[in-house]
Design a protein around this ligand. Structure first.
Ligand code: BES
Ligand code: MN
Ligand code: ZN
Length: 536
């Protein structure tokens, strides 16, 4: 645990109703905390600055200024308290905070812009404000804070308060994450140290207490899932092997209600997964096939199935990759990591739905036993595949998993894979690629991405692209040439998904960051968790 989240309710604290401002502020300031975080609007600021045009007289900054002995007036004079959305102002206790009833050591004011006025503040605007606030809290001496969520919230709608709180927690978790801090066995660098900021208390009032409590629980579970996904993505490929992924999944079944089954080589062979096995063949380390079940819904209820690509290292095989940045191919199991992370979060939230996570995992290595370009293999579906490039291996392991999951009679199947470099070229590091013929699934995933700021962009799957996958010698070729490389990869997968509703997420550009901040992002766990939460 690197950061802890909890809630505290202040029944009467409503900083938008004149009657309750003073008592509300007093009850918040009376808490012993390193920092009390409050939002204020453009209107609040204008009113405080004495602007005659201010439509309503909102007294929150006046009242706070009075309680803090003129601290706000002083900050405004110094130009530290501003009218611009996203600006932050950190007030520190001093001789003017003489009232014994004030126990907060600092007050952090966040300008949330227009929101108390009329229009909804967009979620990305909120995110910017929240990020600014969280950044101020971290990296210094502040160890804990009380974040009064209703004062930052754009609307009264329970749904948007919940989204904002979940996002705040998601960002706080993101900020607190350090590789190797959570488990000593993962420590590879002596100087890695946890952030001093360790405890975020989200405060509510009676109008929002129920929604906020739930959102904090969901957010905290999401952070656990993201942390796990990041740890797995960041671990070196000599540690994070297929066996390690299987053990990690099994470990979760001891901490939660998850039921986990790990199939080994013999069982994979017995299932007839010739395509999956053709990738694993070149490696000394055995493949594993992981099945994780969360039975939160009724026994007969059709499950949502998540399938994650688990290539723990992708050398390209005989179609060997160039050496530059090849280390990054340790992240080629981020689809698997996001499935394990999402299943963990789902179990921690005790989600009342049936969800199954399935992971084919192996290494893609060159060797005397490795698959050659030109080899033809038989997939579990019976379709034969001409392997023209051994570096297009993700689709080869996924297609057999996609056939395997037919047995669950799924409500929908979503596969998640760092599948193509072409997707990085098409969408960069902003959106994950989304492919599906099911408009409802597209709508739901797009909304979940929007709500968690873990966004997707739809790309096509038209029949015309299937032309590129024709083979003279087998039912299908495993590559379709350079044009529309992510589309033909998705088209390949679609041939194995005819029995159910299906969507494919290409996360090659979003699952990790390169450069100085190199590391796993935990995406698309927020997207998947939000998607599952919103399933009816
Ligand atoms: N794991 C890679 C895709 C990838 C590339 C992910 C760069 C992240 C960053 C995948 O297995 C692969 O090698 N794909 C090939 C397909 C090609 C041979 C048709 C690619 O994208 O070049
Ligand atoms: Mn590859
Ligand atoms: Zn790969």
């Amino acid at each position: 645990m690197t950061i802890q989240f909890s809630t505290k309710n202040f029944p009467q604290a409503d900083l938008q109703s004149a009657k309750h401002i003073k008592s509300g502020l007093k009850s918040l300031l009376a808490q012993s905390t390193d920092c009390l975080v409050l939002g204020y609007s453009k209107l609040d600021f204008e009113s405080f600055a004495g602007n005659k045009n201010a439509k309503a007289k909102s007294g929150v900054l006046h009242e706070l200024d009075a309680l803090l002995g003129g601290s706000l007036t002083h900050a405004k004079l110094l130009g530290e308290l501003e009218g611009v959305q996203g600006s932050t102002c950190l007030l520190k206790s001093g001789p003017t905070w003489s009232a014994t009833a004030i126990k907060a050591k600092r007050v952090l004011l966040l300008n949330v812009g227009d929101q108390h006025d009329s229009s909804d503040m967009g979620l990305s605007a909120f995110a910017k404000v929240a990020r600014g606030g969280l950044k101020t809290l971290s990296g210094g001496v502040i160890e804990n804070a009380i974040w009064f969520a209703p004062s930052l919230s754009s609307t009264k709608s329970a749904q948007s308060i919940a989204n904002e709180v979940r996002l705040t927690i998601q960002y706080a978790g993101d900020q607190a994450y350090r590789f190797g801090v959570r488990q000593p066995s993962m420590k590879f660098k002596a100087k890695d140290k946890a952030d001093a900021f360790k405890h975020l208390i989200i405060a509510s009032n009676d109008a929002s207490a129920k929604e906020i409590k739930l959102a904090v629980e969901e957010g905290a579970a999401l952070v656990e899932g993201m942390n796990l996904a990041k740890d797995l993505g960041n671990l070196p490929p000599n540690v994070c092997t297929p066996t390690y992924l299987g053990k990690t999944a099994q470990g979760l079944s001891k901490k939660t209600q998850l039921k986990v089954e790990v199939l080994g080589l013999k069982q994979i062979e017995a299932l007839g997964m010739g395509s999956f096995l053709s990738v694993a063949k070149g490696s000394e380390t055995p493949p594993q096939f992981i099945v994780m079940r969360h039975q939160g819904g009724k026994a007969g209820e059709a499950p949502i199935v998540l399938v994650g690509k688990g290539i723990t290292f992708d050398t390209g095989g005989i179609s060997l990759k160039p050496g530059e940045a090849m280390d990054e191919m340790k992240y080629d199991m981020c689809g698997a990591a996001s499935v394990i992370g999402t299943m963990y979060a789902t179990a921690l939230m005790k989600l009342k739905k049936n969800v199954i996570g399935v992971i084919p995992t192996c290494e893609n290595m060159p060797s005397g036993k490795a698959t050659r370009p030109g080899d033809i293999v038989k997939s579990m579906s019976g379709q034969t595949i001409e392997i023209l490039n051994t570096d297009a291996e993700g689709r080869l392991i996924l297609c057999d998993a996609l056939t395997y999951v037919e047995r669950f009679k799924p409500k929908a199947v979503i596969d998640i894979a760092t599948l193509t470099g072409a997707c990085v070229i098409a969408l960069g590091h902003v959106h994950s690629g989304l492919f599906s013929d099911d408009d409802n699934l597209v709508t739901a995933l797009t909304k979940a991405g929007h709500d968690s700021l873990d966004t997707v962009w739809r790309l096509p799957l038209d029949a015309a692209y299937h032309e590129q996958l024709k083979s003279n010698f087998a039912d299908v070729a495993n590559i379709g040439g350079r044009p529309a490389g992510s589309v033909t990869a998705a088209c390949f997968l679609s041939r194995f998904t005819e029995k159910y509703k299906w969507a494919h997420l290409d996360i090659a550009g979003t699952a990790w960051k390169s450069g100085a901040a190199k590391g796993a992002t935990g995406r698309p766990v927020p997207l998947l968790v939000n998607f599952l939460l919103e399933q009816k």
